[in-house]
Design a binder for this molecule. Structure first.
Ligand SMILES: *Cc1c(COP(=O)(O)O)cnc(C)c1O
Length: 407
């Protein structure tokens, strides 16, 4: 997508607007597949929560990609997209037994991450195969907000509780068909990931009927030029080797599963916003845009970096701006960032806006959530309309209590 393409999208669909490059998504999918091409049975399950638009799910599924879901609603979105329930893994945490049972009815593979529900489920449905999420107690990335595998994490069953886990499995007679881990986002060090994998292999040895090993995700993508990223190719080489060894010892070829979200869609997304106002104070030049953390919360929520380009004036002289939103809260997208000279009305493009961007948008300040556009073969396809006032009113029940009675 060139700047001209993006400007044309902003012109046609208005701002703010999310734009996703389908070819970039396909590129990332194939890159991961190629990195593990030596694995006989590799399954990639896209983590729906990163970007849950049905057209994106359909596009990924058309390439053979399955889905990883964390709620019954995401499972339903996947089914709506035409995905075979057998290609959907359900990896919730802290949900009710009833929700898990609903998902079983829908036909997806379930994954259980705590002993209490495992025991209740196994007692009631010993015939339903279950995958187990373990917590390997390994911290993948440096950012505690997005790491989910360390000791105090609420995710997964602690490997130290393996004896208890095995007793539950034996007592209920349930069938464990997969072992899963997801150590969280931003794997910077492949050795750390491999160490966690060893723990997964170790845990897997306890179960005789496994069909797959699910290594989760957390691949780091670059956020700016020259930024570090997970070396997928190196990981592919090393993990494939270990996986083959494990399967030989185990006595059977297993399926290797990944469930990337960010890796597949982060870089494919651009978020376009218009500059409403340039506000010069004594110390700072603010560029106020027609959006805020209601539409893109990652910078404020995770402290994440999004490159920002002025696509209306890309060759302009570089100046320093603080890019801020229009929400009645401090919502700073970037502090004193070098950006090509901005004039009111210019369109700014935020990079890495594919993952956890639209999917975390809200109606705070009663703003409409933006439109989404899928860019494919040099054409813009609208895949979500901008909301309207009707959407804000939907489900509101307007009652009239009259004024409170006076004493
Ligand atoms: C969120 C999530 C993922 C995807 O993580 P990314 O960092 O976006 O790749 C994968 N698996 C599970 C269980 C998740 O909760």
């Amino acid at each position: 997508m060139t700047n001209q393409d993006l400007l044309a999208v902003a012109k046609e669909f208005g701002s703010p607007v999310y734009v996703y490059d389908a070819e970039k998504i396909a590129f990332q999918y194939n890159r991961l597949k190629n990195a593990f091409s030596e694995v006989k049975d590799l399954r990639i399950h896209y983590a729906v929560k990163a970007l849950s638009n049905i057209s994106i799910l359909k596009f990924l599924n058309s390439m053979g990609c399955g889905l990883d879901t964390v709620s019954v609603q995401e499972v339903m979105l996947g089914l709506k997209a035409g995905v075979d329930p057998k290609d959907i893994i359900y990896t919730p945490n802290g949900v009710s037994l009833e929700e898990i049972e609903e998902v079983v009815e829908l036909g997806a593979q379930i994954n259980i991450d705590n002993l209490s529900i495992l025991e209740q489920f196994g007692a009631k449905h010993p015939e339903v195969p279950v995958c187990i999420r373990i917590n390997p107690h390994i911290l993948a990335g440096g950012n505690a907000k997005i790491s989910v595998g360390h000791v105090d994490s609420k995710f997964g069953i602690s490997i130290h509780q393996m004896p208890l886990l095995l007793r539950i499995v034996e007592n209920t007679g349930m069938n464990i068909n997969g072992i899963h881990m997801h150590t969280g986002s931003d794997i910077l060090d492949i050795e750390v990931f491999l160490r966690a994998s060893e723990i997964l292999f170790d845990s897997a040895k306890n179960f005789k009927n496994l069909e797959f090993l699910d290594f989760g995700s957390g691949f780091k993508v670059p956020y700016t030029e020259g930024d570090i990223e997970t070396d997928i190719e190196e990981l592919g080489e090393k993990l494939t080797h270990r996986f083959h060894d494990f399967c030989k010892d185990y006595g059977r070829e297993l399926t290797l599963v990944f469930e990337p979200g960010k890796f597949l869609v982060s870089e494919a997304g651009k978020f376009l916003a218009k500059v409403n106002v340039i506000k010069q104070t004594t110390s700072t030049v603010f560029a106020g845009v027609d959006t805020g953390f209601n539409h893109l919360i990652r910078p404020m929520f995770y402290g994440s970096h999004h490159d920002i380009h002025n696509i209306s004036n890309p060759e302009g002289k570089q100046r320093f701006y603080s890019v801020v939103g229009y929400i009645c809260e401090t919502d700073t997208f970037a502090n004193n960032r070098r950006i090509a000279e901005i004039t009111e009305g210019d369109i700014l493009a935020f990079s890495n806006a594919g993952a956890y961007s639209f999917s975390m948008a809200s109606n705070f300040n009663s703003r409409f959530r933006p439109a989404e556009v899928l860019w494919y073969k040099d054409k813009a396809h609208l895949i979500r309309e901008r909301e309207t006032f009707e959407d804000l009113l939907r489900h509101q029940v307007i009652i009239d209590l009259g004024p409170p009675a006076s004493e």
